[in-house]
Design a protein around this ligand. Structure first.
Ligand code: KIV
Length: 281
């Protein structure tokens, strides 16, 4: 696989030609599945804190935890473009710290770029990272790392002021050098307007059908977690029920001694066994 094939530039080349399909992955198995399905890129999202670690939000995930997930994904999806999500407070405390942490995603997490949430406030950082050769995926709209301040995960950009702010943030992120921008939970027609005003791709999640690409969380697509599911999510299978029934069948067979059978067992030469029995008595 040539390095260029794994460059975020490949996503820019798809704008206007082909819809981009991204998905999150966090471990070896989800990464292998995503790569086998042929997605265009994988995001190792900080949503890992919820779907992998069982927390209620993304705030508490650490750099070390993110890097662990990134390395596992790199082993499972060697030939797929992989972007690492910079966790809360890994890029806000100082420019130096942010550059060092972004570099760790590339050097230790084997990522081909990083995702950073925010608008104008992250522009100086994005310019620095891009100037050092670290590709950046922007993220505006609902930004879960600001959910405390936003008052939850409500759709953004529904009124004139916030819609105008999102449009100008998107343009500022493009000028700063982002290779693409995630638009999370914004009205479809606003996402369309933003998409038409940019030469880099927009990747929507809860942003309707007009963006250049889509991304969803792995666990949502395969229905791994029962319970609340946001309006914009589509689950293509009920993975939780499917896997649960496999585990129930396994348990039943174990209890009934229906598993393991000869087919799943190893044999020993009968003469060896007889010798052993004699020796024992
Ligand atoms: O962390 C994440 O999974 C994300 C995507 C939902 C865009 O940021």
């Amino acid at each position: 696989m040539s390095l260029f094939k794994l460059s975020p530039q490949t996503l820019i080349a798809k704008k206007g030609k082909e819809v981009i399909c991204g998905i999150t992955a966090y471990d070896y198995v989800s990464a292998r599945l995503a790569e086998s399905a042929g997605v265009d890129f994988i995001l190792i999202g900080d949503s890992a804190n919820m779907v992998m670690l069982g927390e209620e939000d993304t705030y508490s995930i650490t750099m070390e935890e993110m890097l662990l997930f990134c390395r596992a994904v790199a082993r499972g999806a060697r030939n797929t473009l992989r972007i690492g999500d910079m966790p809360f407070l890994s890029y806000q405390t100082s420019m130096e710290q942010a550059i060092e942490n972004a570099g760790r995603f590339v050097k230790e997490g084997k990522c081909h770029g990083v995702k950073i949430e925010g608008g104008a406030e992250v522009v100086p950082l994005i310019k620095r990272l891009v100037s050092f050769g670290i590709p950046v995926l922007g993220h505006i709209g609902v930004t879960p790392q600001k959910s405390l301040e936003l008052g939850g995960l409500k759709a953004q950009g529904k009124d004139f002021r916030t819609a105008r702010e999102l449009l100008s943030s998107a343009k500022a992120l493009e000028r700063a050098g982002c290779f693409a921008i995630v638009l999370e939970c914004v009205p479809s027609d606003l996402a369309k307007l933003i998409t038409e005003n940019l030469s880099i791709p927009t990747i929507g999640i809860g942003a309707g059908p007009f963006t250049d690409g889509q991304i969803l969380v792995f666990h949502d697509v395969v229905g791994l977690l029962p319970g609340f599911r946001p309006k914009f999510v589509k689950s293509y299978i009920n993975g939780f029920e499917l896997l649960k029934s496999a585990l129930e069948a396994y348990k039943k067979e174990v209890k009934e001694r229906a598993f393991p059978t000869k087919e799943h067992s190893f044999s020993i030469n009968l003469r060896t066994l007889e010798r052993l029995k004699k020796k024992k008595t």
